[in-house]
Write a protein that binds this ligand. Sequence first.
Ligand SMILES: *[C@@H]1O[C@H](CO)[C@@H](O)[C@H](O)[C@H]1NC(C)=O
Ligand SMILES: *[C@@H]1O[C@H](CO)[C@@H](O)[C@H](O)[C@H]1NC(C)=O
Ligand SMILES: *[C@@H]1O[C@H](CO)[C@@H](O)[C@H](O)[C@H]1NC(C)=O
Length: 385
Amino acid sequence: MQPRALNVEEGKDLPATTRTTQSRVLPLRILQFFVLFLVLGIGFSVLSMYMIRYFSVQNVVTTARSSFQPCLEEPNSLERWIRPPSSLIHKMSDQELFWRASFVPRVKKYPFRRVPKIAFLFLTRGPLPLAPLWERFLKGHAGLYSIYIHSLPSYDAKFPPTSVFYRRQIPSQVSEWGKMSMCDAERRLLANALLDISNEWFVLVSESCIPLYNFSIIYNYIARSRYSFIGAFDDPGPYGRGRYNENMAPEVNITQWRKGSQWFEINRKLAINIVGDVIFYPKFEEFCKPNCYVDEHYFPTMLTIQAAQLLANRSITWVDWSRGGAHPATFGRADITEDFVKRILEGHSCLYNNQPSSVCYLFARKFAPSALEPLFFLAPKYFGY
Ligand SMILES: *[C@@H]1O[C@H](CO)[C@@H](O)[C@H](O)[C@H]1NC(C)=O
Ligand SMILES: *[C@@H]1O[C@H](CO)[C@@H](O)[C@H](O)[C@H]1NC(C)=O
Ligand SMILES: *[C@@H]1O[C@H](CO)[C@@H](O)[C@H](O)[C@H]1NC(C)=O
């Protein structure tokens, strides 16, 4: 630098004899100024970058120390709306929960890759004695299903962290068969499952239910169906229309009165109908009791009125009423033979997407805890899991 600077000074002091020498000196001076500028500029920016980094790091450290939050803030991005709740425990009342669960986006196309899931809703008293079968059925299919369990509030579930049932219990209340509290429990299950925007199909099962096929077959059967599987038929007899109360009109006309088993599979649209219903609920609550068995009529009737064209009108859960009486047969260890399993799987006919099909049931009930061992042994050969 020094000699060059000197040169500049020398050049300045030299008498401007000719235009050529002057024009030679001028570019040199400009160049020298430019280099000086550049060096200063680079030096300054390096210094300031250093300062910014140093001070901002100091800043982050101080904020982290001062706010000291137990969990991170929800990210302020789309993620916030599509990530399922990290915990199923919440403090919402049913009224608050149903309101929240009834949110529907009006733009139908999802602006992200949504993989639709099946939500298995376990309506139980407490323990899940057939859990090992379900664990094996679901193994390897994470991301395609989710689980929600409604049990007696007093029941303390103790599943290990490796289990698919670990921390899948939702805030529950006592529910009784045939009473509105049973429908409340089902709505609670649906509402909690609706909080995960990826849940597209909702299957109600009990602790005595088992899957009859491997996961891929069941997933595809449900995903490709044009209809939701809920039993809904018009029974003219005393246990059907005989349970209709004229006070339900005009919301419910006797010609719209339906009956069906509570073990449904419904899509997201119908689940939102059920959770958001304020028209039929008061009618059923007031006029479908005590020998009306509201859980057999409320959802089949209201969905028939609101969306008949979306219903398959049949259930996909096999159950045996052939022994007669008020309850279906329960099968225990001694019942589970190869012939029995074949009887559940074979000899059915129904419509699937308006075409005749022999695959009509994807689940079966009722199985006692003692049936677990023989079922576990036969499942690989007959159920494919
Ligand atoms: C499910 O069963 C079907 C038919 O038995 C078979 O083709 C398919 O590979 C099985 N899927 C899995 C994931 O085991
Ligand atoms: C029920 O609906 C049918 C046809 O939709 C109608 O003919 C009938 O009058 C209605 N009954 C009552 C009690 O409203
Ligand atoms: C189910 O029943 C309703 C009438 O209750 C009917 O409109 C609908 O088409 C039926 N669904 C199928 C798949 O047949």
